[in-house]
Design a protein around this ligand. Structure first.
Ligand SMILES: N[C@@H](CCC(=O)N[C@@H](CS)C(=O)NCC(=O)O)C(=O)O
Length: 254
C-alpha cells in the first residue's frame, strides 16, 4: 500500500499553512514533520535541490512550492474543489494567489520575524515550539549565526522593513476591494483565493483556528502590529474565513 502524503513544514509559516489547510480541507490523510528554521537546509536540499518549505512528498516524489502543491492536490483530490470552475474565475483566483504569495507574504514575514529576532530567548521559544529540549538548546546556541543568516534570507534590512510597514494597510485594501462587500474573494463559495489570502495574512493575524498557536506572551511589537489593523474589515474577514472553513486536522499521528 502506498504511504500517505508526507508534509515537511515549519509550524509557524504562512506558506506552509496554505498546504496544511488544503490537505485538511480536502480531507486528505497525511503525515507531518516539523523542521526547525536553519537546521532544515541539509535535509531539504538533499531531498529537493532547493531549501524552502513546504515540501509535500507524494508517492515518493517531493513537490515544492505552495502554489504548485495546491495545484497538484487539486488534480489528485478534485473533491471538494478548491479551484473555481470557470476559466475567468480561475484566472482571477490564480492572480490573487500570486499577489499574496509574491507581494504580501515576504513583507509580512519580515514584519513578523523583526518582532522576534532581537530577543534570542523569545525567538527560540517561538521557532522551536514543539521540538525536543535538546534541539531547542542547540538552536538557542546557534542563534548567533542563525540570526544574520535569517535576516539575509528574508531581506530584513531597514529599507525593506519600513516599506513593509508602510504597505500593510494596502494589503487590507486589496482584500476589501476584491471582496467589495461579498463573502468570498472569487465567486460565491470558499476557494483557492480565500485560502491563499487568509493563510498568508496569518503571519500577523493568527486566528484561534491556526493549528500552531504562538507561545505566549507575544513580543509587544507583534501585538501592537496586530492591534494596528484589527479594526480593518479585511482583518475580520480573515478571522471569519478561518472560523468557517479551517476544518479539523487530517494529520495521521503515530
Ligand atoms: N514560494 C514558496 C515560498 C516558500 C518559502 O519562502 N518558505 C520559507 C518559509 S515561510 C522557507 O522555507 N524559508 C527557509 C529558507 O528559505 O531556507 C512557496 O510558496 O512555497
Amino acid at each position: 500500500m502506498e504511504s500517505p502524503p508526507h508534509l515537511l513544514h515549519f509550524r509557524v509559516s504562512h506558506y506552509n499553512e496554505k498546504v496544511r489547510w488544503a490537505l485538511d480541507w480536502k480531507g486528505v490523510p497525511h503525515t507531518r514533520e516539523a523542521l526547525l528554521p536553519g537546521f532544515h537546509i541539509p535535509r531539504v536540499r538533499w531531498l529537493t535541490g532547493q531549501h524552502r518549505l513546504p515540501v509535500l512528498v507524494v508517492g515518493g516524489a517531493p513537490l515544492v512550492g505552495s502554489n504548485h502543491i495546491l495545484a497538484e492536490l487539486e488534480g489528485l483530490h478534485p473533491d471538494p474543489p478548491l479551484y473555481p470552475s470557470t476559466p475567468s474565475d480561475r484566472a482571477r483566483a490564480l492572480e490573487i494567489q500570486d499577489y499574496f504569495d509574491t507581494e504580501v507574504a515576504p513583507a509580512l514575514r519580515r514584519l513578523f520575524w523583526s518582532t522576534y529576532l532581537d530577543d534570542a530567548a523569545l525567538c527560540t521559544r517561538m521557532a522551536t515550539d514543539g521540538a525536543s529540549p535538546t534541539l531547542r538548546a542547540i538552536w538557542r546556541g546557534s542563534f548567533w549565526f542563525l540570526k544574520p543568516a535569517m535576516k539575509r534570507n528574508m531581506g530584513m534590512d531597514t529599507e525593506q522593513l519600513s516599506r513593509a510597514r508602510k504597505r500593510l494597510g494596502a494589503y487590507f485594501d486589496r482584500i476589501e476591494a476584491e471582496l467589495a462587500g461579498k463573502e468570498y474573494l472569487v465567486g460565491d463559495r470558499f476557494g483557492l483565493a480565500d485560502l491563499s489570502a487568509a493563510a498568508v495574512m496569518t503571519a500577523i493575524i493568527r486566528p484561534p483556528e491556526f493549528p500552531y498557536p504562538l507561545p505566549e506572551p507575544w513580543p509587544e511589537q507583534l501585538s501592537e502590529l496586530k492591534q494596528s489593523v484589527a479594526s480593518r474589515e479585511g482583518f475580520q474577514w480573515v478571522e471569519e474565513i478561518y472560523r468557517r472553513h479551517r476544518s479539523g486536522s487530517r494529520e495521521i499521528t503515530r
